[in-house]
Design a protein around this ligand. Structure first.
Ligand SMILES: Cc1ncc(COP(=O)(O)O)c(C=O)c1O
Length: 354
């Protein structure tokens, strides 16, 4: 079925993150999703904005890339099953990847996981275990299941193959933008555990591209970690962006990000909802809140400039006003009732007598 053999699994003692190798292996295994444009969004951001539609990816999110690459390498090494924990999209990706490779999958999700993500993971044939609401609770159960079954855990972000796979979305966007004669100078990626944005930094590493991460207000472990100089947990605040609420950025992503990331932009639920509506109404694109957060960050950066950047490093790029901004729309798995709620902006009250 596969046109190339996956490379051998990375030595766990010496994690190697190689976005180019992952992109080569995933070529033909995942969709090369399109770059979308909207004149209205260009005007609002004050730059050419390219939106990488990973909401259209198999499984509905860019998590398919890291999941498929990591599981493919484990299958090649002879493993017959895998275990994963996540708020939803990584679990769906690992379940689908395991099915492609004829492997067993057990995925651990929070009790308040969105029903459609639970249904997608079950639909892909995984055993779904619902546990607690924190990443620590899920990890403890995933470790126990891994010990019992002997099946390895595929971490959602603290894993070299997952970071490499996620980074392939950014690499495709960088290459497609160059091919179109509009090279990126800015790249914006939503942040949960930091795997995707770490992969983006590596994908951009030999080019003058400023990479920004976007975190929901109160779920800003990466911002705190960059300031503290080490992974620093937060108690995640409630957010509509369910994929962006791990309590702590991963150690391996942080190691990559601390010297490469231009900065973090924090966005609130209102700003994410506004980005969601823009995508829906201007591009006819359905993103989930976590997937729309990158555009929310781009709009905030355009409106408020550097005052919105809460932590960062020396600029790898020009630091001047962006001309071409790439945004990864990371996913589109969203409940119908949330779509209805977000699609309706809060209107001023009408018909009330003075
Ligand atoms: C749609 C979506 N976007 C972004 C993220 C965050 O990715 P990462 O954990 O690699 O930072 C997730 C995580 O589940 C997600 O589901």
């Amino acid at each position: 079925m596969f046109h190339t053999d996956p490379p051998e699994p990375a030595d766990p003692g010496r994690p190697s993150v190689d976005v180019t190798a992952a992109a080569r292996w995933l070529d033909g295994q995942v969709l090369r999703t399109p770059l979308l444009r909207s004149p209205v969004i260009d005007r609002l951001v004050g730059a050419r904005v390219l939106l990488k539609a990973e909401n259209l990816q198999t499984g509905g999110s860019y998590k398919m890339r890291g999941g498929l690459y990591a599981v493919g390498r484990l299958a090649a090494a002879g493993h017959t099953g895998v275990v994963a924990q996540s708020t939803g999209n990584h679990a769906v990706a690992v379940a689908l990847a395991a099915r492609r490779h004829d492997m067993a999958a057990t995925v651990v999700l929070p009790v308040d996981a969105t029903p459609s993500k639970v249904a997608r993971a079950r639909g892909a044939g995984a055993r779904v275990v619902l546990v607690g609401s924190t990443v620590e609770e899920r990890l403890a159960v995933a470790r126990r299941i891994s010990d019992e079954t002997g099946h390895p855990i595929v971490d959602a972000y603290d894993h070299p193959d997952v970071i490499s796979g996620q980074g392939s979305a950014s690499l495709e966007m960088i290459e497609d933008a160059e091919r179109a004669g509009t090279p990126l100078d800015t790249l914006i990626v939503p942040v949960g555990g930091g795997g995707g944005v770490a992969g983006a930094c590596l994908a951009a590493s030999d080019r003058p591209i400023d990479v920004y991460g976007v975190e929901p207000v109160g779920c800003d472990s990466l911002a705190h970690s960059l300031v503290a100089g080490r992974p620093t947990p937060v108690r995640p605040a409630p957010t509509i962006a369910d994929g962006l609420r791990p309590s702590c950025v991963g150690e391996l992503p942080f190691d990559i990000l601390r010297t490469r990331l231009r900065g973090v932009v924090r966005v609130d639920d209102e700003e994410i909802a506004a980005a969601f509506r823009l995508l829906l109404m201007e591009l006819k694109v359905l993103a989930e809140p976590s997937g729309a957060a990158g555009l929310a960050g781009a709009l905030c950066l355009a409106a408020d400039g550097a005052t919105r950047v809460v932590a960062g490093t020396a600029a790898p790029g020009s630091g001047s006003r962006p001309r071409t901004v790439g945004v990864v729309l990371t996913g589109g798995n969203v409940e119908a009732d949330l779509v209805a709620r977000l699609a309706t902006p809060v209107l001023p009250r009408q018909g009330v007598a003075a």
